[in-house]
Design a protein around this ligand. Structure first.
Ligand SMILES: CC(C)(COP(=O)(O)OP(=O)(O)OC[C@H]1O[C@@H](n2cnc3c(N)ncnc32)[C@H](O)[C@@H]1OP(=O)(O)O)[C@@H](O)C(=O)NCCC(=O)NCCS
Length: 168
């Protein structure tokens, strides 16, 4: 069974993780644990409970804000002019041996779910991501993320458009 867990250096094998993007692999090996401890980010990993030490994929979430001028005209008109509170998925990667099997999609779903949970307590308008290349950008656009006006490698997904508004 697939399960999303908090990164635990005592249980998850960070060294064996290879996504094909060195920067993302290096981050998991060298910086993810430290940055989690410092409260800079939350790192969540996807594992199969039959082999729970193997990291199939991971993503990072932090609080963020985005300048309203980065948003498309229609969205911007509805929002205040000061920076808009958001969550940022700073990194997302799936193990190279498991790409193309829907795990990236699953991880985005997990991240959105986390954001919606957190938003019951702290407001945020959208989930922002930083694409590490054109392929990643296309992947995010496939899921309805919109590129920012000044930097198309940063994209956002308004959380309210999913009809998953806070019910509680
Ligand atoms: C990008 C990445 C996270 C995608 O994960 P994945 O598990 O391979 O993708 P999935 O199998 O979940 O694909 C889900 C959907 O996205 C689509 N998709 C995948 N890559 C795509 C791309 N580059 N452009 C457009 N659509 C893409 C698939 O066709 C699939 O569509 P469907 O659900 O309509 O059938 C993964 O390939 C990866 O880790 N790449 C290296 C690191 C990276 O680039 N990270 C991106 C963040 S910076």
């Amino acid at each position: 069974m697939l399960e999303e867990q908090s990164l635990d250096p005592n249980h998850h094998d960070r060294q064996a993780f290879v996504s094909g993007v060195c920067e993302l692999d290096e981050y998991l090996r060298r910086f993810a644990v430290q940055q989690s401890k410092k409260g800079i980010t939350v790192v969540r990993v996807l594992v199969d409970t039959d082999a729970p030490d193997v990291i199939l994929g991971y993503y990072c979430l932090s609080a963020a804000q985005i300048d309203a001028v980065q948003l498309d005209d229609r969205t911007r008109q509805k929002l205040p002019r000061y920076p808009v509170p958001c969550f940022r998925m700073g990194r997302l990667a799936v193990h190279a041996a498991h790409q193309g099997r829907g795990l990236g999609r699953l991880l985005i779903g997990c991240a959105v779910e986390r954001c919606l949970e957190a938003r019951k307590h702290v407001a945020a308008y959208a989930l922002v991501v930083d694409a590490k290349g054109e392929k990643a950008r296309a992947f995010y656009e496939h899921y309805g993320f919109t590129p920012c006006r000044d930097n198309p490698m940063t994209l956002y997904l308004p959380l309210i458009w999913h009809g998953l508004e806070n019910k509680g």
